[in-house]
Unconditional design. Structure first.
Lengths: 250, 250
DNA sequence: CGCATGATTGAGTTCATTCAAATGGTGTGG
DNA sequence: CCACACCATTTGAATGAACTCAATCATGCG
């Protein structure tokens, strides 16, 4: 299915840089997108693919972009997970979003990126020149409308994260995160109910606004409650619905 | 300037209901909008005004809408302040946004409002039937593009709130809130540096994710540091730039 | 097999919460 | 005009959740 991209990853590693670029690659012409908002037709995807680059980013490497940097592209996650982060003056880092396949990212303010973006696992991304995309959208009102709906969807998603941060304790926040992970087939086996946690304790901590140690303790808490079972540090058996109930999020 | 709306408030109070409606009122044809994203031309405002209602909502009354309720309108704040709130299963309430004049609100998911909205002070709002607005936007790509930009702006605003909640302690969160208030001339006198806090301790607490008592204590903290001076519980003298520096937010 | 990295555990501390009580301001009715 | 009642704000004290720093334990890689 995505074999083509595996080749790209290899290429990226070969040339030693963290980010490799190829121009003019088509959107993967399947329609397996999550119900995450932007559901384009095949034709629309093809049209869009005419002016996007495909890039590969390794997890360990430098950020995809850094807050304050000049913003001339918008990114789309094809494979992998990207974390949007913001660093405040005191040096404290806060994750503002986790971008899964199907998500767009690269918000700008006054032509500069508002956040940094880092691949938390190896990724393949599509990259759109923002000017071209804007012109295209104005010439295709119905597609633009889908982007508007997607943006509204993203507001809601960010608000949801805000609710999670403001109203739940760490164990519940972790529960929500784990359930969210279970929504991604790449990491969750519906049959065995086994989840492979895709990101490190530290990245989870960033995401749910706590420290890596506290994440570990919260995992203990959930395990003691019988909501999860730890096989290895990254393999968990999950009771999805009990976890969701415990989180007390709607 | 907004005298016309003062009459409306009176009307609302007279008929005893909390929300009064009048159809077909024009957008106030000034161009004093904040740099909050959607900056329409006079012509565009006039076009939009052709299908909006004007409603008045009192601070003490029932919510403007409730989460889960059928969503067929989008709202625009003309005057006043509205708080978007979400209640989770445990009953805990979390504010997701404070809407000031110039802001849109009324996000829906599957045709239902995702949050509740309550006027925290008396408000006048414009109300747009969502279907008509959507059709209109598709027929006016450039206006739709402004709405898209506005939505992107709102994502950023929500992310900013997320950063505030995740990375700052209560005193700093309060500092940010106070500085934000100072951005609104209705409540802040630039000459005397006097701010009239427009909303209650409890609503502030909701907004910055803490309790009313803790808000009071945080005010004490800021006063001891010499960043603000309390004249009455609602009148503060503010050292804007010092406060902003203290908050350590960018 | 040993090192490096990440995960886990422990102990002490800090920050914010909760519950209870006191104070202050506002508006109403006498 | 005053007194009272009501509501919001403020203060106090005890509790608890999560953080930090340090040490120990796995896991994977050379």
């Amino acid at each position: 299915m995505h074999i083509w991209f595996d080749m790209k990853l290899t290429a990226a590693q070969l040339d030693g840089s963290n980010m490799s670029v190829r121009a003019q690659h088509p959107w993967p012409l399947e329609d397996d997108e999550e119900a995450s908002g932007l559901d384009l037709t095949l034709d629309e995807k093809t049209e869009l693919s005419h002016f996007c680059d495909v890039i590969s980013v390794g997890a360990k490497g430098p950020p995809i972009f850094t807050q304050g940097q000049h913003a001339d592209h918008v990114f789309y996650v094809n494979e992998g997970i990207v974390q949007g982060r913001h660093t405040i003056r005191s040096g404290v880092r806060q994750s503002v979003a986790l971008y899964w396949p199907g998500d767009f990212f690269g918000l700008a303010r006054d032509g500069m990126f508002f956040n940094s973006a880092e691949a938390v696992i190896d990724c393949t991304l599509y990259r759109y020149p923002i000017r071209k995309l804007e012109k295209f959208l104005i010439s295709r009102p119905r597609i633009q409308h889908k982007f508007l709906m997607k943006a509204v969807h993203d507001i809601r998603k960010t608000q949801r994260q805000l609710i999670i941060m403001g109203a739940l304790d760490v164990a519940r926040r972790l529960a929500v995160f784990l359930v969210d992970c279970c929504g991604h087939r790449e990491y969750f086996d519906t049959g065995t109910q086994h989840l492979t946690i895709p990101i490190s304790r530290h990245d989870i901590a960033d995401h749910i606004g706590t420290s890596a140690e506290t994440v570990t303790r919260a995992i203990n808490t959930l395990e003691k409650k019988g909501l999860i079972r730890r096989e290895t540090p990254w393999k968990l058996e999950i009771k999805t619905s009990e976890l969701l109930a415990f989180s007390s999020l709607d």
